[in-house]
Design a protein. Structure first.
Length: 254
């Protein structure tokens, strides 16, 4: 059976910033299948298009970005700024995990600048715990979407928060870093697929070039590790979750 890595992030282009290099390395070096899921289709990410139109555009961009590196894209169809820890969203994530059957799951930092990111982090943490529990979805609506529960809780990793700080600007140090220097152009190809976001981020965030911003942050983490580019992670090590650092064992830590 092929090993699977799944990134569940809030919005289209989040994975490209935060963990795509590690996903690419798992696919290219270890033969893993990789999946990228977003909680929303990015329906608020435009000043020109309606929510429905920009959602359509961004789903397409997410799928194109994943396809560029041989990954599969999923959208769980929550809505921007309305991602909340609640039963419907939690069940969506559990169903996705049981369908995709990941051995490794990446998600947002529990502390971040964006509440959609923080709520996604909580949902993925809880879903990883719930996915092996057969009774969790017992007799729930959507029986046609049910898959057998996971055999065990997957390894869960939190990506760096954007710019490496919490909502108060306090630094959050990664537990380890993965060298992504050799695949940085693959990350760039993925991120370049999100063309609709250039104008939006210029207007709302003051960011003019997505790819340059991604490389700048990857370079900061790389410099801290003595390499050109790196991605930082912390592993969830609570009771019942796996404690061996599988990603570091597979790809090395810098």
């Amino acid at each position: 059976m092929t090993n699977v890595a799944l990134a569940v992030l809030a919005h289209p282009d989040d994975a490209e910033f935060l963990c795509a290099g590690t996903l690419i390395r798992l696919r290219e070096e270890k033969g893993w299948a990789i999946h990228v899921a977003t909680m929303t289709p990015g329906d608020c990410g435009s000043a020109e298009h309606s929510p429905e139109e920009i959602a359509r555009i961004r789903r397409g961009e997410g799928a194109a970005a994943a396809a560029a590196v041989g990954a599969t894209y999923h959208c769980l169809e929550e809505r921007d700024l309305r991602v909340i820890y609640a039963e419907p969203a939690l069940e969506k994530v559990v169903r996705l995990l049981n369908k995709v059957r990941p051995r490794v799951v990446f998600t947002h930092s529990p502390d971040d600048y964006h509440l959609d990111h923080e709520q996604t982090s909580k949902l993925v943490r809880a879903a990883s715990f719930a996915a092996p529990i057969g009774n969790f979805l017992h007799n729930r609506p959507g029986a046609d979407e049910h898959h057998p529960p996971l055999e065990h809780i997957p390894h869960v990793y939190y990506c760096d928060p954007l710019e490496g700080v919490d909502a108060f600007g306090n630094a959050i140090a990664p537990g380890f870093r993965v060298d992504v220097s050799a695949v940085i152009e693959g990350k760039a190809r993925m991120l370049a697929c999100h063309e609709s976001q250039r104008a939006w981020l210029r207007k709302h965030h003051g960011v003019d070039n997505l790819v340059d911003s991604m490389k700048d942050w990857g370079g900061v983490q790389g410099k801290a590790a003595g390499v050109a580019y790196a991605e930082g992670f912390r592993q969830h090590l609570g009771h019942s979750y796996p404690h061996d650092n599988l990603v570091a064992a597979l790809l090395g830590a810098v």
